[in-house]
Design a protein around this ligand. Structure first.
Ligand code: IVH
Length: 704
């Protein structure tokens, strides 16, 4: 029996020494992965089991307690790259309440403590699921920003926090104390989190499991430039050290924080008594899905600050507040199989097939396992009981394995080396670069090398081809495409247009169940209406890796016509240096696009497919960007409220005049058009000496 498997009471002293060392190492590794990499590899339960074992051994052999024992560590270890910051007032945590009874007991406790007969007023605030930060303002100026750390000492992430648009560098208004530590939560909205992960995935980088991990990882970047590129946000809800009192109630304090330039949660309400607490919880649970960001409960706080002061603290949490948590959106279930899905670009994704289980009110049967490395790292095996997590709109994911429940005989998952399609083509990994010794470094994504020969990829290609942003063919949804593909009616894009003019095949279609005269007529009409197509849609529809909607627009504008584009691509594929340089010179086009376009058009098969398709179509020329206007070639940023046009209009107009529209201000920005309410972008522009104008000035300029 290994030492790790021995019951604590059977360990000899020598074995205990060895086991304590092993546990300390193992837990330090888990701590680093959890706190520094934001990528834990075991479940909380499994980690707790290690902690319990460590404590049990220490209890039996007290003289063996190591100086750096995991039992002596509390909370997060600070990452070494950030300087320590001692909080002026410690950042405490909240006690949890999990039921109506717990919430009522909290109210009863407050009244007992204060000897009150009357009902108590509370604020009920959304409990934002991000990471807390403390911002120190002296004379209204942000001088330091820190993470919570272990509550007493945090990490100095001032430069990173300063990149968050919602954090004022200077307090607005008046009435703020000379010194104030503003406390609040750094978090991601769902759409910004999704965009970040999509970009990471496209670049073959690691993705984050949920918005909270992502916010934490984004804030704790060594390079603030990286943080700046991510749309982190900040809600203020509390304060630490203050040089003077500034409000009488929590509600009043929140209103002042808003007046000083912070975002505060608009869902916060003041309620009275125990019943008020319960109603607020129910309301928040209803609002939860509509917020656009993750919350994990409601925080109740006694509204009167003088009462808060009297209530004070017990150990590490206040007596005047409690967190009423939503039921966990985690669940355990059995992993019945691991399937492999093949996407349009051949990327294969492992999918967990699960015994149906309710997670956060939704029945889940499938979950993503991300990629082969993740499966190996978490050692996920078919038959395992796994921990599932669902956060907001995020696809359910398997976050860990309950090792204690692993069935005997479960074997490590062997990742397939070949595509599950009938052709059984080998899978390959992209080379992402080289290590110090010149050995290739591979990306995590496996890809089927079969391209158009792989039926899975073909169907995905066709689905993409017909999708809204590409050819937008009504009547050819996923189901129809799969069915037409299986029957051999449509094998490649050109077939769609051939089908619309093939009377024999259409007659066959009319005979089918559920495919009457009308639906055939509609299908033909919708295909015919797309026979004439804009160049950028055509390029996007080809489904070339790294060439999506945005890049397709750049390429269409850059080459102007399908003939010019295809001619250039053939040259790029043939390794023509001039053609490659021309492509490289286009805005936002880099190595990845050049390589992907080259690889695509180097394939005879792809060239034939594209040619057959082109023969079926009329492809409209794209408008080349204007070069003879006042703003041609300039980079413009719109900020604040525009009063004469919408954002979309402004962008379209600027682009039609040959300008580029960017969303953030940098040294490369030429003009910032600032409307009322413009904030940090305007400030950055002024600091960088970028030309700033009003909306009217802009309109006058583009008109004349
Ligand atoms: S008040 C002394 N208000 O929850 C109490 N915390 O479990 C200070 N949190 O560390 C915290 N939303 O990260 C407070 N509206 C809210 C909150 C909130 C989220 C987080 C915060 C804190 C944790 C405590």
């Amino acid at each position: 029996m290994t030492i790790a498997a021995k019951p604590v009471e059977d360990l000899s002293e020598a074995e205990a020494v060895e086991e304590l060392t092993a546990l300390a190492d193992e837990m330090a590794g888990h701590d680093a992965r959890y706190y520094q990499d934001e990528a834990p590899t075991i479940s909380d339960e499994a980690y707790d089991a290690l902690k319990v074992r460590n404590a049990a051994i220490e209890a039996r052999f007290p003289h063996l307690v190591r100086e750096n024992s995991p039992s002596l560590r509390i909370g997060a270890a600070r990452a070494e790259q950030f300087a320590p910051v001692v909080h002026g007032v410690p950042m405490l945590s909240l006690d949890n309440a999990f039921s109506d009874e717990d919430a009522l007991e909290f109210d009863a406790r407050v009244r007992r403590f204060l000897r009150l007969e009357e009902a108590v007023r509370y604020t009920a605030e959304p409990k934002i699921d991000g990471l807390s930060a403390s911002l120190r303002y002296e004379n209204g100026v942000l001088v330091q920003g820190a993470t919570r750390g272990d509550g007493r000492v945090g990490e100095d992430v001032t430069a990173n926090l300063k990149t968050i648009a919602e954090i004022p560098h200077r307090l607005a208004g008046s009435g703020w104390p000379e010194v104030i530590e503003i406390r609040g939560e750094v978090y991601f909205r769902h759409e910004d989190f999704a965009a970040l992960n999509a970009a990471a995935e496209a670049a073959g980088q690691k993705t984050y499991v949920n918005p909270r991990n992502s916010a934490s990882g984004s804030l704790r970047q060594i390079d603030p430039g990286v943080t700046a590129g991510r749309r982190l946000r900040f809600f203020a809800y509390a304060w630490g050290q203050i040089s003077a009192p500034f409000a009488e109630t929590q509600a009043e304090a929140l209103a002042l924080l808003a007046a000083w330039g912070f975002q505060t949660t608009r869902e916060t309400e003041t309620v009275t008594g125990g019943e008020g607490l319960l109603a607020a919880y129910r309301r928040m649970a209803e609002l939860r899905g509509t917020l656009g960001f993750d919350i994990d409960g409601v925080v109740y706080k006694v509204d009167r600050l003088d009462w808060q002061a009297r209530l004070g603290f017990v150990s590490r949490s206040p007596r005047w507040a409690v967190a009423r948590k939503f039921p966990a959106e985690q669940a355990r279930t059995k992993l019945e199989a691991i399937d492999i899905q093949v996407g349009r670009t051949g990327a294969v994704t492992p999918v967990a097939r699960l015994h149906p289980v309710l997670v956060g009110g939704v029945t889940v049967v499938n979950a993503t396992l991300h990629n082969a490395d993740e499966i190996a790292r978490k050692d996920i095996r078919v038959g395992d009981t796994v921990i599932l997590q669902r956060a907001g709109d995020v696809i359910p994911q398997v976050v860990g394995v309950v090792l204690e429940e692993r069935p005997a005989g479960a074997v490590p998952f062997e990742y397939p080396t070949h595509c599950p399609c009938p052709l059984h083509t080998p899978l390959a990994r992209d080379v992402q670069g080289e290590d110090a010794e010149g050995n290739p470094v591979f990306g995590v994504v496996r890809r089927c090398t079969g391209e158009f020969a792989c039926p899975f990829q073909r169907v995905e290609h066709l689905i993409h081809f017909c999708s809204r942003r590409a050819f937008d063919i009504e009547g050819l949804g996923i189901k129809q495409i799969q069915a037409f593909f299986d029957e051999g009616l449509i094998r490649e894009p050109a077939d769609i247009f051939r089908l619309a003019r093939n009377d024999e095949k259409l007659a066959e279609l009319r005979q089918r169940d559920g495919y009457g005269e009308t639906s055939v007529r509609n299908l033909v009409a919708s295909i015919e209406s797309r026979r004439t197509i804009a160049l950028d849609r055509f390029i996007n529809a080809l489904g070339i890796r790294h060439i999506g909607e945005t890049t397709a627009v750049v390429l269409a504008r850059g080459y102007g016509s399908a003939a010019a584009f295809l001619d250039a691509m053939d040259k790029v594929a043939a390794g023509d240096g001039e053609a490659q340089a021309e492509l490289d010179a286009l805005d936002q086009i880099g190595e990845a696009v050049i390589a992907a376009a080259g690889a695509y058009f180097a394939e005879d098969h792809n060239r034939r497919i594209v040619k057959d398709l082109v023969d079926q179509l009329t492809i409209l020329d794209a408008e080349k960007p204007k070069t003879d206007t006042a703003v041609a070639g300039k980079t413009v940023v719109f900020t604040g409220t525009l009063e004469r046009m919408t954002r979309d209009e402004a962008k379209a107009q600027a682009e039609s005049l040959g300008a580029k529209v960017a969303s953030s201000v940098s040294k490369k920005t030429d003009i910032v058009v600032a409307g009322p309410g413009a904030g940090s972008k305007l400030k950055t522009a002024t600091e960088l000496g970028v030309q700033v104008m009003t909306e009217d000035e802009w309109l006058a300029m583009v008109a004349g």
